[in-house]
Structure formats: structure tokens, C-alpha cells
Write a protein that binds this ligand. Structure first.
Ligand SMILES: Nc1ncnc2c1ncn2[C@@H]1O[C@H](COP(=O)(O)OP(=O)(O)O)[C@@H](O)[C@H]1O
Ligand SMILES: N[C@@H](CC(=O)OP(=O)(O)O)C(=O)O
Length: 453
């Protein structure tokens, strides 16, 4: 039994849905089909989820939401017309969305989630109707009926462990199950979503729940590439990588697969296969427990913008008991999460996503570190890119860090900081955002082009 997830790009038009149907019926093991909301048809297009967010915000602010509401319904109507299915379903989708938009606004974050979730929910109903129209026994299943329970964290929900036993029962249902991705229900019955791109997470949870043999994740590229294809042209495809490598890479910028989507499949030992809806015969990328093929020390290079660093120095910091704890406590008091903490004898740097703080908060943090921790210096630097060089092979290869730093130096890239992950499968370089492309290209040349691997 397989769980198959189709991303928004695979469901953006009627043309795409025809490919989806072919893929599903071509393999009788494809039992559960997890779907996103319609995504982009072309690069400047707007995803239905983004239209829904705009619509919900307009409702919350009592702004004129009619044009964006019409644009959402038009997306579904275009698909239904292209597929020649009855437009009754569009009427139902329109009424459903109106009801949600006119729903309880007392908790704006939960309201926003309910509106967002309707994107996948209505798409799943539309897709089930399309499959049925072609004589396929397909049933829409709602996450509440299936028992997909989540924590009470709007926009960032986590699956509750009891969901897995509930979902196991889906195995007994007849026909193909069309299941909306991206959301679940709290114990009190509220609809809450995972973080953005979270339909990947739903697929993984279902794969674990029904103890699938394989979780296939269909997207719009032939494989996970060794580097983001929007940064480096025609990069090398990765045939196989481990869960750990993929988690590092997706967390650090490989948006092709959600970083939180690995854990449920990993825990149940279910391999993940990333494949292309537009070229389903291509083998894609397999994510497995242990990989057999060797690829040199590095398997992938990911990068992500939008970080800042808080550099703190104090003479004899190394002798002061509790300094690190007190520093991190200050950040905790402001509700901040951090990514890395490279440190020296008399200094420590905390790296975090800069969009968590505004100028006022930064100033307050700086003041508290100076006055409460008696630091000598506190410097906050903005607009950093973190580049993650990842590969299980790094544990056995000497000199990978030296090769990487030399490649960056030769390309004229100034390294702001280096951090070697304790897991030894990753190494992080902080560079200025303006140097991101140059740095990634230089590392790619070093590990994938210049030297045969
Ligand atoms: N290393 C990578 N390998 C493949 N694709 C990547 C990588 N890094 C970023 N991407 C981007 O991820 C996109 C697919 O993810 P996404 O747009 O979320 O797809 P979907 O609509 O199927 O959910 C690709 O089109 C590509 O631009
Ligand atoms: N539609 C949601 C969830 C999702 O997973 O979408 P996609 O498969 O298009 O990344 C989002 O845009 O966040």
C-alpha cells in the first residue's frame, strides 16, 4: 500500500489533474492520495492558499474581499470546466467558503487557519468528484472522520500520537481515499493547519498511520537536486539520500520537501520517493535509512536568507558559570527561537531568524545583555545567509571543511562564521546575503563539478 502526495504545482490546472489521475490509476497500490490546494500555474501566478490568506485578512479588517473571493472560486471553476465535471461542485465550494469566512472571528489565528485549510479541503472534494467522473471508486475523507488530531498551535500544529492508531483503520476502506493535506483537528474540534507547505507532513503522517510500503511525494522536478535549481543551472540529481541528510537540507532551504515531513515516515521506516508529476517514469529521489551509493563526502548544499547574529563578548566568559543559560533565557523571555550558537573563549554568537524581531526588540535585548550579563560588547548583524553543506560521507572524509573554505576564499566570499554540526553530517557557513549565489556556486563547483566524486 502506498500513500501518494501531490503538491500544489501538480494540481494547479485541469491539465495537471489529468496527469494525476493517470498516475494514481496506473498502480493499484496507490491507496491514499493526499492533495494540496491548487498552486501556481506559472511563476507569477498566486497559490490558492495565498489568495485565501488575503481573503481572510480582508474579512478580519472589514475590507472589501469580494474580488479575491471571486478569484479563489474562479481557480476551482477553471479546473472543473477544463475537466468537464458538473459545476454543481463549484456552487458547493463557494457556499462552503462563504460559511467559513462568515464564521467565528473571536480568535483571528484560528479563523485564518480555518480559511487556509479550506483550500485543500475543497480541492480534495473536487478531485474525488473528478476521479468518480472517470469511473474510479474514490472517496473524499475528512481528517476529522479519520482521526487526524493536532496540537493547539495555529499555523504550526503538530500531530498528536494517538492519530496514528486512528489512521490505521483507513486501510480497511474500499477504493481510493482522497485526503486533504495541510490540516487536522484539535481535540476540541477546531481546524488547525501545519506550517506552510505542510501537506508533505500530512502525507508522511498517513504513510506512518497505515504502515505504507512507500510514501510517494509528487512535485514539479525530476529529483531532489544537489543544490537549489533556481541558484545553479542544471544541478546534479540526488538518487538516494538518508532521512538525516534530507532533514538537514530541507530545514536549510531545500523547499522541495518540508523538513518536518521526514520524522513520521522515518519512525515507521517507510522510504520516501520524491517524483515528478510531469515525468512520472523518472525514478526520482529516494529517501531511506541508509544509502548504498556513495557520492563523495557531500550530497547537497542548501542555503537560506534572512538570518541575523547576536555577537556577545566578555573577557573570561569561559569561567562564568551559567553565562550561556542566562543569555538564552533573555532570548526566551522575548519568545525567540535560535538556530546556532558558535562560541569561543570570550565570545558567543547566537544566530536566529531576523523576522522574529523588530528594531525596538533588538534594542531591548542588547540593553538587557549589556546590563544583566555585563558584556563588553554586543553586536547585532543583519542579512546573513546560512549555507549548509550536508553529507553522511563527511564523517569519514578528512579535509572537507578545508576544501569548502578554500573554495569560498578563492571565490572572494568572506566567511562570517563556521559551525560544524555535532551530528557530523553537516557544516554551516554564514555569509552576507549579497554573496549567497557566488558562495553556493563556488561550493557546488568544488564538490560536484571540479573534482570527480
Ligand atoms: N534542491 C532542490 N531540488 C529540487 N527542487 C528544489 C530544490 N530546492 C528548491 N527547490 C524548489 O522546490 C520546488 C518544488 O517544491 P514546491 O514548489 O513546494 O512543490 P509542490 O507544489 O509540489 O509542493 C521546485 O520547483 C524547486 O524550484
Ligand atoms: N497549500 C499549502 C500547503 C502545501 O503543502 O502546499 P504545496 O504542496 O503547494 O507546497 C501551502 O501553500 O502552504
Amino acid at each position: 500500500m502506498k500513500v501518494v502526495k501531490f503538491g500544489g504545482s501538480s494540481l494547479a490546472s485541469g491539465e495537471q489533474l489529468k496527469k494525476v489521475l493517470q498516475i494514481v490509476v496506473s498502480d493499484p497500490d496507490r491507496k491514499i492520495v493526499v492533495v494540496s490546494a491548487p498552486g501556481k500555474r506559472y511563476s507569477d501566478d498566486i497559490k490558492v492558499t495565498d489568495l485565501l490568506i488575503e481573503c481572510a485578512k480582508k474579512h478580519l479588517n472589514n475590507d472589501h474581499a469580494e474580488p479575491v473571493f471571486a478569484a479563489i472560486i474562479e481557480r476551482y471553476a477553471c479546473i472543473a470546466k477544463e475537466l468537464s465535471i458538473s459545476l454543481d461542485i463549484i456552487e458547493k465550494i463557494s457556499n462552503d467558503l462563504k460559511d467559513i469566512l462568515n464564521g467565528d472571528k473571536s480568535k483571528p489565528e484560528s479563523y485564518l487557519d480555518a480559511v487556509k485549510a479550506s483550500g485543500e479541503d475543497n480541492n480534495a472534494k473536487l478531485i474525488a468528484a473528478y476521479f468518480q467522473h472517470h469511473g474510479v471508486e474514490a472517496h473524499y475523507v475528512n481528517p476529522k472522520d479519520a482521526g487526524l488530531l493536532v496540537s493547539d498551535e495555529p499555523g504550526n500544529a503538530q500531530v498528536l500520537p494517538e492519530s496514528y492508531d486512528n489512521l490505521y483503520k483507513l486501510r480497511e476502506r474500499s477504493g481510493i481515499i482522497v485526503f486533504p493535506g495541510f490540516f487536522g483537528y484539535t481535540k476540541s474540534g477546531e481546524v488547525l493547519t501545519f506550517s506552510r507547505s505542510g501537506s508533505d507532513i500530512t502525507g508522511s503522517i498517513l504513510a506512518n498511520g497505515i504502515k505504507a510500503d512507500l510514501y510517494e511525494n509528487f512535485t514539479d522536478v525530476d529529483a531532489v537536486y544537489s543544490v537549489n535549481p533556481t541558484i545553479v543551472k542544471n544541478p546534479k540529481e540526488i538518487k538516494e539520500l538518508t532521512y538525516r541528510e534530507m532533514r538537514e537540507l530541507s530545514y536549510a532551504g531545500f523547499s522541495v520537501f518540508h523538513d518536518e515531513a521526514l520524522i513520521p515516515a522515518f519512525r515507521a521506516g517507510i522510504p520516501v520517493n520524491v517524483k515528478n508529476t510531469n515525468n512520472p517514469s523518472a525514478p526520482g529521489t529516494r529517501i531511506v535509512n541508509e544509502r548504498t551509493n556513495s557520492n563523495g563526502p557531500v550530497i547537497g548544499i542548501a542555503s537560506d536568507k534572512g538570518f541575523c547574529s547576536i555577537y556577545v563578548s566578555k573577557y573570561l566568559m569561559n569561567r562564568e558559570i551559567g553565562f550561556g543559560r542566562k543569555l538564552l533565557q533573555i532570548l526566551e523571555d522575548f519568545g525567540l527561537t535560535y538556530e546556532h550558537t558558535p562560541s569561543g573563549i570570550d565570545d558567543v554568537t547566537v544566530i536566529l531568524r531576523q523576522d522574529q524581531m523588530d528594531e525596538e526588540m533588538e534594542k531591548a535585548i542588547q540593553d538587557r545583555i549589556m546590563t544583566e550579563l555585563h558584556a563588553d560588547e554586543v553586536i547585532i548583524e543583519h542579512n546573513l545567509t546560512l549555507i549548509m553543506v550536508v553529507g553522511e560521507g563527511m564523517r569519514h572524509n578528512v579535509g572537507t571543511t578545508a576544501r569548502a573554505s578554500k573554495a569560498l576564499a578563492n571565490a572572494g566570499v568572506n566567511i562570517e562564521m563556521i559551525n560544524q554540526g555535532s551530528s557530523e553530517v553537516s557544516m554551516m557557513f554564514g555569509v552576507k546575503e549579497l554573496q549567497e549565489k557566488r558562495a553556493v556556486q563556488a561550493l557546488y563547483n568544488e564538490f560536484f563539478v571540479a573534482v570527480p566524486v
